[in-house]
Design a protein around this ligand. Structure first.
Ligand SMILES: [Zn+2]
Length: 303
C-alpha cells in the first residue's frame, strides 16, 4: 500500500503575485492524513479554501479558487509541484489572494518542498484509475484521458508565431521526470498581449524575471531553458489543474491547444463520469524514491 505523504516541517518564502503585483508570504505546513491540499488565507481569519473542483472560480489566464467569496488565485504551478512531489496533505498559507509567481515555473516550489522534506503517513493513498476514456472539446481545443498503467500526459500546442507553430511532448509524470523535465519550464506570453493585460489590470507583477515573452520573431528573454519550454509549461499547467480532481490520477491525459478553462472543466467532468474510473488503494510504482536537486532547479529557485 502506498502511504499518504506530508511535509516534514513548515517552510516559507516571499514573492509577488503575477496579476496583482502584490507582495505575498507563502508558507507550506504539514497536515494530517486525509486533510488534502487546502489554501488558508491568514489575512482573512485563516479561512480555508480546499484545492478541489468544487471551489473552482474565475478561470481566465490562471486558475482561481473561491469559497464563500474568499479567493485564491494562480494556484496551478504550486499545485503541480505539490502533487508531483507526492504530497497529499499540506496547508498552503497565504497573506494575500494570489500565490506568488516566483520565476514563472514550478521549480522554486519544488525546491521549497525538497527543503522541507516529505514523510510518509500511516494511512493508504487512494488513486483515481481511469477505466474508460473521457473526452471534452471546445472548438479546436481538445482534452481527453484514456486508461493507462501510469499517469502520462501528451500535450500539443500550435500558435500563429514562428517559434510556436507546433510543439508536442509525451511524458510519464513521476517525481523525477517532473522535477527534471517539467518544473523549470516557465509561463509564457506574447508581447502583443502584454499591453492589453495591463490595461485590464492583469500581469501587473509580470516581467522578464517571471515569464517568457515572445516578440514578433523571438523571445525577449536571453534564453529558453528548453527548446520546447512552451509545451513543457502547458504540461505543468495541466498537471496542476487536473490535481483539482483531489486524487492522483492513473491514466493518459491528452490535450491539444487547451487552456486553464478547459483543463479545469475537464477535471470536473472526470469526477462526474463515475462510470469511467475506480478509486483504488494499492501499490503502484508511480512514486520513485526522491532524487537529488538538479543544479538548474537550485539556481532557478534563487531568482
Ligand atoms: Zn502556467
Amino acid at each position: 500500500m502506498e502511504a499518504q505523504r506530508t511535509l516534514r516541517r513548515p517552510i516559507s518564502c516571499v514573492g509577488i503575485g503575477l496579476h496583482s503585483g502584490c507582495k505575498v508570504n507563502l508558507s507550506l505546513k504539514p497536515a494530517g492524513p486525509d486533510y488534502g491540499i487546502r489554501f488558508r488565507r491568514t489575512d482573512m481569519g485563516n479561512f480555508e479554501v480546499p484545492a478541489t473542483v468544487s471551489n473552482l472560480a474565475g478561470i481566465q489566464l490562471a486558475t482561481g479558487l473561491a469559497r464563500d467569496q474568499v479567493s485564491v488565485e494562480t494556484v496551478e504551478h504550486l499545485l503541480a509541484a505539490i502533487v508531483s512531489m507526492g504530497v497529499d496533505n499540506v496547508v498552503v498559507e497565504l497573506n494575500s489572494p494570489e500565490v506568488p509567481i516566483m520565476d514563472g515555473s514550478a521549480a522554486p516550489f519544488i525546491y521549497l518542498i525538497q527543503e522541507a522534506g516529505v514523510k510518509r503517513q500511516p494511512k493508504g493513498r487512494k488513486y483515481l484509475k481511469i477505466v474508460r476514456p473521457i473526452a471534452l472539446s471546445r472548438g479546436d481545443k481538445r482534452i481527453a484521458i484514456y486508461p493507462s498503467e501510469h499517469f502520462k500526459v501528451t500535450y500539443s500546442v500550435s500558435y500563429d508565431h514562428p517559434l510556436l507553430r507546433h510543439q508536442s511532448r509525451t511524458l510519464r509524470v513521476t517525481e523525477e521526470s517532473f522535477v527534471e523535465e517539467i518544473a523549470p519550464a516557465r509561463t509564457f506570453t506574447f508581447l502583443k498581449d502584454v499591453e492589453m493585460l495591463r490595461q485590464n489590470g492583469l500581469a501587473l507583477g509580470g516581467s522578464l524575471e517571471n515569464a517568457v515573452v515572445l516578440g514578433e520573431t523571438g523571445v525577449l528573454n536571453n534564453a529558453l531553458r528548453f527548446e520546447d519550454e512552451f509545451v513543457r509549461h502547458k504540461i505543468l499547467d495541466a498537471v496542476g489543474d487536473v490535481a483539482l480532481v483531489g486524487y492522483p490520477v492513473i491514466g493518459h491525459l491528452v490535450a491539444h491547444r487547451a487552456r486553464h478553462s478547459l483543463h479545469t472543466e475537464f477535471a470536473a467532468k472526470i469526477l462526474e463520469e463515475t462510470q469511467a474510473w475506480r478509486l483504488i488503494e494499492e501499490t503502484i510504482d508511480a512514486l520513485p524514491v526522491p532524487v537529488a536537486v538538479p543544479v538548474a532547479v537550485k539556481s532557478a529557485a534563487t531568482l
